[in-house]
Design a protein around this ligand. Structure first.
Ligand SMILES: [Zn+2]
Length: 290
């Protein structure tokens, strides 16, 4: 059993072994939606947690549209996770956000195109409210923990999720800005929505890794990460923000460990339970036929 499950975003593979706790076990989880990414059961200051690196173990080997989000979230639930803490490295659209800043997002715009978005295909289930989008309790703990770091921290922001793997065009970023996006990335959808379908709390901390296209006049630099969308003088701040993430996550977990779940997340499917559409065994919910 692992009450907490961490999904590491970009840069997870650069963190040293043991950065998030001492490994107790490695798991290859199989799910009805295929295999999940490799999961490590870690001991983090006395808490048994699950950890999964979204983009691969030895580098950015799995791009956003090809991640098996359903398998990863299912595996987290199977391990007994009630709370999922994740990070992600989006590009800044809001001029207040700079590379190396943390943002605890509060809302989502979904511009993904071809990903399976639900566990509940052809079941009549899943017509559930999405406000708050992220677990409010987890968000507050993230904010409290991140305040102690040297990076700037922003409370709230709208994360636009695009399909990838390519970065966005200038016109797309202008459109996203007009639509209300503060940052743009490729991974929080469908993760956050899938976690709610299985009644788990979910929140994310973003560390800004680059400027979205057109936000700043930046020359094209061949052969570099983002091809110049991260000015080289700002890279050190991004690296520092990534390096501080394990400590922020550890602090967040310590803050949450003794707290009961009083947020609405654990009852996301209650309406269907009351109606008798689904039973106690969440593994059977996706088999439900309408
Ligand atoms: Zn919650």
């Amino acid at each position: 059993m692992a009450n907490f499950f961490i999904i590491g975003g970009s840069g997870a593979y650069y963190l040293g072994k043991g950065a998030l706790g001492i490994e107790a076990e490695a798991i290859e989880a199989k799910t009805p939606f295929g295999p999940a990414g490799p999961i490590h059961i870690l001991d983090l200051k006395g808490q048994r947690i699950g950890f999964l690196s979204r983009h691969g173990e030895r580098g950015y080997t799995l791009t956003a549209p090809f991640i098996n989000y359903r398998a990863n979230i299912w595996a987290a639930k199977e391990l007994g996770a009630e709370r999922i803490l994740t990070w992600t490295g989006p590009g800044a659209i809001n001029p207040k956000f700079r590379p190396g800043d943390y943002v605890v997002p509060s809302d989502i715009l979904d511009f993904t195109k071809s990903r399976p978005l639900t566990f509940f295909e052809n079941t009549g289930l899943g017509f559930i409210r999405q406000n708050p989008v992220f677990c409010p309790v987890l968000r507050l703990s993230f904010l409290r923990a991140a305040k102690k770091s040297s990076s700037r921290i922003h409370d709230g922001g709208t994360y636009a999720c695009t399909e990838g793997p390519r970065l966005e065009t200038p016109a797309e970023v202008r459109f996203l800005k007009k639509a209300g996006a503060d940052m743009v990335g490729m991974t929080l959808v469908p993760e956050v929505f899938l976690a709610r379908e299985l009644e788990m709390c979910y929140a994310s901390i973003c560390y800004i890794t680059n400027y979205a296209e057109g936000v700043k006049a930046l020359p094209y630099r061949k052969g570099e990460l983002f091809e110049g969308a991260l000015p080289s003088k700002e890279k050190a701040k991004v690296d520092a923000a990534l390096a501080s993430l394990p400590e922020i996550i550890a602090q967040t977990i310590i803050d949450l460990a003794e707290k009961e779940r009083r947020c609405p997340c654990k009852d996301a499917m209650l309406r269907y339970k009351i109606k008798g559409d689904i039973g106690k065994d969440w593994r059977r919910w996706s088999e439900t036929k309408s």
